[in-house]
Ligand binder design. Structure first.
Ligand SMILES: Cc1ncc(COP(=O)(O)O)c(C=O)c1O
Length: 331
């Protein structure tokens, strides 16, 4: 149904789809009368590129685009502990491209977590300080071109239509796996921030005639602001894939009750979710994205938003290296 797009193979696919029986039992034990759905996890923390994560699927198409345009340098932008930047640095190294990362703020005293990996992967880091990161990104791309390089800018979070296309296809992968295992998926929950993951899933779900729900657990945006952007990106992604379709903002499910004290601020809810999954299933989530998304999903379950007969997939989008940057707060 979809057009094929230029693609650089980077990911180990399909990623596993696994049951979480001990997490389910732990939730049931909290309150035996509460309905707890069957819980599955889609292991995109295992995409295989420099510690994995959701950006690998996006980067297959983003780098495919960059190479098709004849780029020799990729540039992108993010927070100092950006998983997107770390994965972009790895993808660029694998493709033989130079990588420049514009990171917000100033260099920290200690280089740890994703930032350490950025450096090991050979990326050149430009600290934005108090400057606007996006303006500095555009200016850096211009100066690279003026120096004779062929730069290609990958947007924040890799959330362009080409990046989101990776998740349209990923959703089809999920449904194929679930069908083979005899599981009917009723709900999917994912961390949602720059939007490419959720918007891409919406396109894949529509194309497959999926009748369940995709729940974006917002990491840093209010639903009212975020839903129109998700619908617009889904629409552009469907067009890029040669399957134009309108998407309504109201149809994008965004839970914005879990923003806590803001982006990257580890709260009690994230800490409890990280501990519960680690101790019940031996599975790690990160403090910024997947810990917050899991905390949101656990709250929805405790609020009895799902029936015991339903199946909910927690889409694990990675982020492992950030755990080490939060060692003092987590220990
Ligand atoms: C680990 C992790 N999960 C989820 C997300 C959110 O994905 P998206 O930006 O496509 O909404 C990110 C984005 O940076 C991430 O690093």
């Amino acid at each position: 149904m979809f057009n094929s797009l230029p693609r650089l193979p980077l990911a180990h696919l399909p990623t596993p789809l696994e049951a979480l029986p001990r997490l389910r039992a732990a939730l049931q034990a909290e309150d035996p009368g509460r309905p707890v759905p069957r819980l599955l996890v889609k292991r995109d923390d295992q995409t295989g590129l420099a510690s994995g994560g959701n950006k690998t699927r996006k980067l297959e198409y983003l780098l495919g685009e960059a190479l098709a345009q004849g780029a020799d340098t990729v540039l992108t932008v993010g927070a100092p502990q950006s998983n997107h930047c770390r994965q972009t640095a790895a993808a660029a190294a694998k493709a033989g491209l130079r990588c420049l990362l514009v990171l917000g703020g100033h260099a920290p005293r200690l280089t740890g977590g994703n930032l350490l990996l950025d450096r090991l992967l050979g990326a050149q880091i430009i600290w934005a300080g108090q400057e606007d990161r996006l303006a500095l990104l555009a200016e850096t791309a211009r100066s690279q071109a003026a120096s004779g390089y062929r730069p290609w800018v990958i947007p924040y979070g890799g959330s362009s239509p080409a990046g989101a296309a990776g998740y349209a296809l990923a959703f089809q992968e999920l449904l194929t796996q679930a069908q083979a295992a005899g599981w009917q998926v009723d709900h999917v929950a994912t961390a949602s921030s720059s939007g490419g993951t959720q918007a891409g899933m919406a396109v894949g779900a529509w194309a497959a005639g999926f009748t369940g729900q995709i729940h974006g657990i917002s990491i840093d945006q209010r639903a009212d602001d975020f839903q129109p952007a998700l619908a617009e990106l889904a629409q552009q992604t469907a067009s890029l894939l040669g399957a134009p379709h309108p998407f309504r903002a109201e149809a994008m499910i965004v839970h914005d009750a879990y923003l806590g004290a803001g982006y990257g601020v580890l709260g009690d809810a994230e800490r409890a979710a990280i501990d519960l999954l680690a101790r019940s299933e031996g599975l790690l989530v990160d403090p910024v994205y997947t810990g917050r998304a899991l905390a949101g999903l656990l709250d929805l379950i405790r609020q009895r938003r799902f029936a015991a007969s339903e199946t909910v997939v927690f889409w694990h989008t990675g982020g492992l290296p950030a755990l080490f940057a939060y060692a003092e707060q987590l220990d």
